[in-house]
Design a protein around this ligand. Sequence first.
Ligand SMILES: Nc1ncnc2c1ncn2[C@@H]1O[C@H](COP(=O)(O)OP(=O)(O)OP(=O)(O)O)[C@@H](O)[C@H]1O
Ligand SMILES: [Mg+2]
Length: 370
Amino acid sequence: MLSIKITLFLVSGVSSFIIFYMGIVNFLTSVEETTGLIMLIFSIFVATGTLLATVNISRNITQPIEKLTQDMKQFSATNKASKRTPLKTNVSEIFQLNEDFKIMEQRVEKTIELTNDYVEKLKEMDRKKIEFSSMVSHELKTPLVPILGYVQMLQKKNFLGELNEKQSDAVNEIHAATIRLQRLVGDILTTQKLDLGKLDFNKEETNVLELLNSVIKEFQPIAEEKKVILEMNFNEDICIFTDKDRISQVFSNLIKNSIDFVPKSRGIITIGAKDCGDFVEFLVRDNGSGMSIENQKDIFKKFYQIDTSTSRKRSGSGLGLAICKGIVEGLGGKIWVESKVNEQTTFYFTIPKKPIDSSAKNELNNKISN
Ligand SMILES: Nc1ncnc2c1ncn2[C@@H]1O[C@H](COP(=O)(O)OP(=O)(O)OP(=O)(O)O)[C@@H](O)[C@H]1O
Ligand SMILES: [Mg+2]
């Protein structure tokens, strides 16, 4: 693309040359020597004048436009009104353009400042809100300890005396509701810690097979009670450096969901793992109701529950998968779901084998997504 400056000098250079050339031709071919000379001197004046006018136009138009373009580029890169040298020009339109640009620059800078202030205030309000609800959740958690303690004492015949059948049923109801409440408060606290980036991870050398065996052992009684087959698909000797309790929590949330969604007496839940080099890919698969592609997009959001007759019948707050995502990502991995309605659902999550810094984390995440 040609610049105005080059075009200007090309046009005026060629015109000056033609005028000068015509002056010489006139001088050489003219019958009267004086007329030829006058024409030559005249053509030299006109050619020189054209060149001087070009230099003048360049100084007053093209140079200021170039400077203005430079200032605009700088402003769009920094969003800061530049402390620039004043623009020199005698052309009123360019002068006005520069003045308008200065006003626009100041307005944009002010708007950006206001937006940044607003965002900071919103962040601060959000932080205070999380801290407040965290305090409330803690306050709720404290009285639950003696409530649960006394309910458990009431359930044992030899502690506070024997209860009749109705009383015993009522105490069992209180016990179940207290456990649910305790779990909900625990989930809210974990989510808040994840939001504030304050969830601690205690990483240690963990044998994957032992980890999966302990998950099976924990859930086998519940699976048997619900007549669901819980099986494991892994038999390798791999160690990872991670927080095994938090990974068990992820498995626990995923398996609890699967138990709720598999068909009665025909349910099969498989847990497994795969060695993928730098990371291990875990899975929890079930032959349950599955979920549509549309719903798969939102299930990791806090408090999201798919509105089906099954989920309305279930208890739960919609925090389980958000917690899974927070834990997995906090440990440097990724979590995702693949599901087909009325066929099956598989949740996958990856965990790096070794502790990683943030740059290695990005590299690993790229590998995982490929
Ligand atoms: N294995 C699954 N099969 C079908 N739908 C599922 C499965 N797992 C999760 N979902 C859907 O995703 C939603 C969100 O799950 P999530 O575990 O976050 O919440 P929840 O189980 O409803 O409550 P919470 O886990 O907090 O007790 C569920 O309500 C359910 O609709
Ligand atoms: Mg759940």
